[in-house]
Design a binder for this molecule. Structure first.
Ligand code: WTA
Length: 634
């Protein structure tokens, strides 16, 4: 029962690629035929990248959850939709069939309606990786509301910013979060955030830890109690293809995170198409993506992509190293995982714990391995290939972004040539190009350039929430008629792409995007700090770490205490994921005469390659560079 759009060989890939390039509309219309629409589209794609204004399947009507759930009931009603593996291996896994998941989504949808959530309203989810998170995502989509999932590692301050930007009227959370041997108070963070979020009228609280948090009368309700009496039937709201499906905040080069907007029809088609092809999912397979639903990977490849294909998707509450670094592999054996998708940073962290933890599991169910989120180094690739894949499984190195909605460049299961550290070839329908600084296309192979996309694809972002101009400036103003990714890439002699990394002021810490300006704003909010500059530096496990140069006020002791205070401020403002690894106190920053910080210099120092600083003659105060070099923290 593989969908018609699943590619079966490299030759077929090449054919399809050509077809999609010559006739994108015809190609995507054929793929879209495989879905359940309430009404078909009037036009397949209308677009211009100036504004930008992109529409896919305009005029069509659908509900994505009918495609994720209802459509499968006749043939897959008793098939497992979700296998939930708890944080603690001694606790019981939860298995939900498509029929059960459908009922639970309907119940949750009815509960949302009872609390007055309507089509177009925004609902914020700040939750651990429990089944209710996936259920809530789908329930929100079912009634035509818009979900904004905020990763539950963000601080109250960061959460409040996101709730306010989207003007959410409901938050769904839990009392606490089980993570390894720790329990984290989620509800307390929400309470703190809501002090400054007047739009929120209701908070639903899932019991995950058995705690008794503060419950605000008339605002906070226990999810489990409320949902019990809800009907298991709920008609899906009929949506236009271009109605908003979700908002997901991501970091960019400015201080304020932006709400990337995805819409119903195109996102559905591409999430499903890319899932089926990249992972080569077969009907009885068990698929596991270890990401958190708080990131785009969890949206597209834990929830929507797999469910749209009627797949069995594993959801994991815990962490890779609890109770020991064999946890991932134990779960793979326990549930017979066939496709395993994780991040290079997790592989490197487990690699550092030694082979024994992986060698004690058979892993013989695994057919396809995947990575996402950052470039994978050759050593980690080999370790993954040899010890996890037993040298018999392809590794799909999937390049994509929150903004692209789905995987753009990647191998397709075992149908593509393997080339460690190379994401490979673009999926059919995706037209990447490399350009130079001026936007001129570089057409040859064995070159390096800025990675852009020259034709729209169904799951591309449509806007940045509440500020369309920002979307234009960030992605469509650098080069005419192209989407600019912010990444640099190489193309080898065979036309395979190798992603080098960000060329803008975004750093990638453990596969999480952080804007340097965002971290600087957080650091600067510490009262001792006068000014700061943040850059990334190579980090063995995290890929990149955060290196901060900080100027403190007169009289402030530049010691470990102050460092700890600054770190604390960042944790308070953003969350633990943005903790600077190294803080160097400086008396000044290298600036040009026009006052611009020369980050190139700061990056070189942080990378430990300061002997070769290039031209510093435009600096206002060259002495400061000597001081910075001398104070380098190695
Ligand atoms: C980086 C994650 C190299 C890239 C899905 C991109 C990668 C950013 C890869 C998006 C990969 C993602 N190889 N780099 N396979 N996948 N990236 O929005 O810099 O969290 O621009 O989406 O991660 O991060 P985001």
């Amino acid at each position: 029962m593989q969908p018609k759009y699943q590619i079966q060989s490299f030759e077929e890939y090449q054919e399809k690629y050509k077809l999609a390039q010559e006739n994108p509309e015809g190609f995507w219309a054929e793929v879209a035929e495989e879905f359940q629409w309430r009404k078909k589209w009037d036009s397949v794609c209308q677009w211009e990248f100036k504004t930008p204004d992109v529409k896919w399947f305009d005029g069509a009507k659908l509900n994505i959850t009918e495609n994720c759930l209802d459509r499968h009931l006749a043939t897959r009603g008793n098939k497992l939709a979700i296998i939930w593996e708890p944080n603690d291996p001694r606790d019981r896994a939860i298995r939900l069939t498509y029929r059960e998941l459908h009922e639970k989504v309907c119940q949750m949808a009815n509960l949302l309606k009872k609390f007055g959530v309507k089509k177009g309203d925004r609902v914020c989810l700040y939750m651990p990786m429990v089944p209710e998170l996936a259920i809530a995502v789908l329930a929100i989509a079912r009634i035509g509301a818009i979900h904004s999932v905020v990763f539950a590692g963000f601080s109250a301050h960061a959460l409040a910013d996101r709730i306010n930007d989207a003007q959410c009227n409901m938050v769904i959370t839990s009392d606490g979060i089980n993570r390894g041997n720790k329990q984290i108070p989620a509800k307390r963070v929400v309470d703190e955030a809501l002090k400054t979020c007047p739009s929120v009228k209701t908070v639903l609280v899932k019991d995950c830890c058995g705690w008794t948090p503060h419950m605000e009368e008339g605002r906070d309700y226990w999810l489990d109690e409320e949902i019990e009496t809800m009907s298991r039937v709920c008609q899906a709201e009929v949506m236009d293809a271009e109605d908003l499906l979700f908002i997901l905040y991501t970091s960019g080069s400015t201080g304020k995170p932006k709400g990337v907007v995805h819409t119903c029809g195109g996102y559905m088609v591409y999430a499903a198409y890319s899932f089926s092809n990249v992972f080569q999912y077969q009907e009885s397979d068990v698929y596991w993506c270890t990401a958190d639903i708080g990131w785009i990977t969890g949206h597209s490849y834990i929830v929507y992509g797999p469910l749209l294909n009627g797949a069995t998707t594993v959801m994991f509450e815990g962490v890779p190293t609890f109770p020991d670094p064999g946890r991932f592999w134990q779960v793979c054996d326990k549930h017979g995982v066939n496709q395993f998708y994780t991040a290079p940073t997790a592989i490197r962290a487990l690699m550092a714990c030694g082979e024994d933890h992986v060698l004690s599991y058979s892993l013989d169910s695994i057919k396809v391995l995947g990575t996402v989120g950052e470039p994978i180094n050759e050593e980690a690739w080999r370790w993954y290939h040899i010890h996890v894949g037993k040298e018999k499984c392809p590794i799909v190195d999937t390049w994509w972004q929150t903004e692209t909605g789905g995987i753009m460049i990647s191998g397709l299961g075992n149908h593509s040539p393997l080339n460690p550290t190379h994401a490979g070839y673009p999926l059919p329908g995706i037209q990447p190009i490399l350009v130079d600084e001026k936007g001129n296309e570089i057409t040859e192979n064995e070159v390096e350039g800025l990675l852009c996309i020259k034709h729209p694809w169904p799951s591309m972002l449509r806007s940045t929430y509440g500020d369309h101009e920002r979307c234009r400036i960030t992605y469509f103003s650098h080069f005419e008629n192209m989407y600019f990714t912010g990444d640099g890439a190489k193309r080898d002699k065979n036309g395979m792409y190798r992603i080098i990394g960000r060329v803008d002021d975004v750093i990638n810490v453990s596969g999480h995007r952080m804007g340097t300006a965002e971290v600087e704003n957080a650091i600067n909010s510490n009262p001792h700090v006068v000014e700061s500059a943040v850059v990334g530096y190579p980090h063995d496990i995290k890929g990149q770490g955060i290196y901060a140069y900080v100027i403190t006020e007169e009289g402030c002791p530049n010691n470990e205490n102050t460092r700890a205070e600054i770190v604390e401020t960042v944790v308070h403002e953003i969350g633990k994921i943005a903790k600077p690894e190294k803080i160097q106190f400086v008396s000044g920053l290298p600036k040009t005469r026009s006052g611009k910080i020369m980050r190139r210099i700061l990056r070189k120092v942080a990378e430990g390659t300061a002997d070769n600083l290039g031209d510093t003659s435009t600096l206002l105060d060259p002495d400061v560079v000597e001081e910075i070099k001398n104070g380098y923290i190695g």
